[in-house]
Design a protein around this ligand. Structure first.
Ligand code: HEC
Ligand SMILES: [Cu+2]
Length: 340
């Protein structure tokens, strides 16, 4: 990637972390560079993709020189020298015309073939691929793994194929991992898929590549590629670092950011649901006229059975999160306790 794009990406990464101060203050979003054109290749597609890129760029450069070079030269060499000079009577040359029709046609077929080969490969995921369900929304991505764990960062094993089954909750987004050389639209009301197999341990970045609103540039998300063993350990541990257990409130905060932040604010503002600011111990009027004090039991039942007790003045739109594990719910409760 060029230095300029990298600079722009860094600027938007800073903007993103400044805007969502809740985001974990980790390393900046990065895409590893190599040379002038393309970033480091980190998936099995990179080789074919990069060679297609190189072939196309070199053919374009060569033909640019072949076409524009003589054109510019002739413009000077055969420039009309006087008012009375006549144009030469030559009008065409069959041999040359056949050559300059046939050669570019064959070159075009070759370029098509080079692109089509890897395109076909990118379209069809291997059967054994791990299927991860991706949801795009303004302005983040969530990933649901086969074991039901939902994350806001993408974790993938090195050397094993991963298939993403993607859809959007609102507008069209585009899921783009430059280092993997994959990009696919994420569309409301439609499943799109893509797959890849990472080839090296790295931490790279997802960008949204379809302008989707004013938070578009903030849809940066990390992709962690782990060795298979490390991946399996993380996978079994809800993608928390097994050697560095997180306190419940931190786990809860992550779940909040992944699942609840789109409807519940922490700063007192009303989104779809009541704010979590000062929620612990708050007295809440329910639609059946009764009053409850927010405690652990109420929060738990709000999460697994949201329609059971509805807060007055709010729509019954909260989905049930019955798949959440006990320790995630405990984490959320611990996190909500802290929201003064
Ligand atoms: C699609 C929007 C939406 C999402 C996502 C959502 N909620 Fe809600 N939530 C609501 C709405 C609307 C209400 C108010 C109506 C009701 O009581 O169900 C609510 C109410 C609540 C309440 C009761 C609040 C109070 O002041 O009494 C709790 C607790 C709660 N949600 C927890 C969560 C947690 C935890 C998550 C994430 C795991 C979550 N919600 C995700 C929409 C949402
Ligand atoms: Cu987007």
């Amino acid at each position: 990637m060029s230095g300029l794009t990298a600079t722009l990406l860094n600027i938007s990464a800073q903007a993103a972390s400044a805007a969502t101060s809740a985001a974990p203050a980790e390393q900046p979003y990065k895409i590893e560079e190599q040379g002038v054109w393309l970033p480091q290749g980190s998936s099995t597609f990179a080789e074919a993709y990069d060679s297609a890129w190189n072939i196309n760029i070199w053919i374009s450069i060569i033909f640019f020189v072949i076409v524009i070079g003589p054109g510019a030269y002739f413009a000077f060499k055969y420039k009309r020298k006087s008012e009375t000079e006549k144009t030469s009577p030559i009008d065409h040359n069959l041999t040359i015309e056949i050559i300059w029709t046939l050669v570019p046609t064959l070159v075009l077929f070759y370029m098509f073939w080079v692109g089509f080969k890897s395109y076909a490969n990118i379209q069809v995921a291997p059967n054994e691929a791990m299927e991860v369900r991706l949801t795009g929304q303004m302005y983040n991505w969530t990933f649901e793994y086969p074991n039901g764990v939902v994350t806001t960062d993408l974790y993938v094993p090195k050397g094993r194929p991963v298939k993403l089954v993607m859809s959007s909750k609102d507008v069209i987004h585009s899921f783009w991992v430059p280092e993997f050389r994959v990009k696919q639209d994420v569309v409301p009301g439609l499943y799109t898929t893509m797959w890849f197999e990472a080839t090296r341990e790295t931490t790279t970045t997802v960008e949204c590549a379809e302008y989707c609103g004013d938070g578009h540039s903030k849809m940066l998300t990390r992709v962690y590629v782990f060795e298979e063993k490390k991946f399996d350990e993380y996978y079994a541990n809800d993608f928390d670092d097994p050697s560095n257990p997180v306190p419940p409130a931190v786990r809860g905060k992550r779940k909040y950011e992944a699942l609840c932040a789109s409807c519940h604010s922490l700063d007192g503002s009303r989104i779809q649901g009541p704010t979590f600011q000062g929620i612990w111990g708050r007295k809440e009027l329910l639609t059946d006229g009764s009053e409850v004090t927010v405690d652990a039991n109420y929060i738990k039942s709000s999460i697994v059975n949201p329609q059971g007790q509805l807060v007055q003045g709010y729509p019954p739109t909260m989905p049930a999160f019955s798949y959440l594990k006990e320790k995630d719910i405990d984490g959320i409760i611990a996190f909500l306790k802290e929201q003064k």
